[in-house]
Design a protein around this ligand. Structure first.
Ligand SMILES: [Mg+2]
Length: 267
């Protein structure tokens, strides 16, 4: 674990949880709660995730998963009750009671994404494309270097041809790129949740490994604890860096033990 700034924030978060303050824990999925896989549909969570997150939720913390994946995709991978899911980078939401919300993208931008998707399917059949709410992800995991470079170049050419006004945002991720219509992001999830919790005494933490998680770190800022999961140091808005895997498990175990202590304290 590496403390990057505000050395007391980590300790004070756990202290508040132990004293009975309600926790709000927002976690990214891939690379945070699940190891990377060549085939993303096989990215199951670490074996310890359902148990620890389930306990954390049972002891009163509001647990949310915030991911770039489609929300239904996450439901299939994570069989957990009492957990709220935000998919497609905050563009769709499934609440623990099953209530769904989906952001409505602008029709013109959707049409632009349709054209790029159709052209890519024609030029690159068999390559992995993932259409989500207001975004198109193009994956090159598992491709040869030549194929991956060709695909990247083709995406750039199609953007130049169809998106003449540069409306789409381009977000690189591990072994791929995503074209996004301007709209909600992981930072807007944080602001929505903070609004919903307005006035409540809460201890909030956001944990993630992606570039897109930086929007959430920035939005949460000093109002909570920002945890970057990364095997190597990088430029970040986070307060603390955890190594992938075991350090995440230890952190979540600490959270569980703190909220369990907090509940004992209440009694
Ligand atoms: Mg991730």
């Amino acid at each position: 674990m590496e403390v990057l700034k505000y050395p007391n924030r980590l300790a004070s978060t756990f202290k508040r949880l132990r004293a009975g303050t309600r926790g709000v824990l927002l976690c990214d999925y891939d690379g945070t709660l699940a190891p990377f896989r060549e085939d993303p549909s096989e990215a199951r969570p670490y074996t310890w995730v359902p148990g620890i997150l389930g306990d954390i939720a049972a002891w009163g913390t509001r647990v949310l998963i915030v991911s770039g994946r489609a929300a239904d995709d996450l439901l299939k991978l994570l069989h957990l009750e009492a957990i709220e899911i935000w998919g497609s980078h905050g563009r769709e939401r499934i609440q623990p009671n099953g209530t769904r919300w989906v952001w409505k993208p602008n029709a013109e931008t959707e049409h632009l994404l349709d054209r790029i998707e159709n052209e890519l399917r024609r030029l690159a059949p068999g390559k992995r494309l993932e259409r989500k709410v207001g975004c198109l992800a193009i994956h090159w995991r598992g491709l040869s270097q030549t194929d991956a470079e060709w695909l990247q170049k083709t995406v750039d050419e199609l953007r130049a041809r169809f998106d003449k006004h540069g409306v789409l945002m381009v977000k690189a991720f591990h072994m791929g790129v995503e074209l996004q219509a301007p709209g909600p992001n992981k930072g807007s999830v944080v602001s929505t949740i903070l609004d919903e919790e307005k006035g409540a005494d809460i201890a909030v933490c956001y944990m993630g490994d992606d570039q897109t998680d930086e929007d959430a770190f920035q939005e949460l800022g000093e109002r909570g604890l920002n945890v970057l999961v990364s095997p190597t140091p990088r430029l970040t808005f986070a307060d603390v860096r955890l190594e992938t895997g075991d350090e995440v498990r230890l952190f979540l175990e600490q959270w569980r033990d703190a909220v369990r202590g907090g509940c004992d304290h209440d009694e």
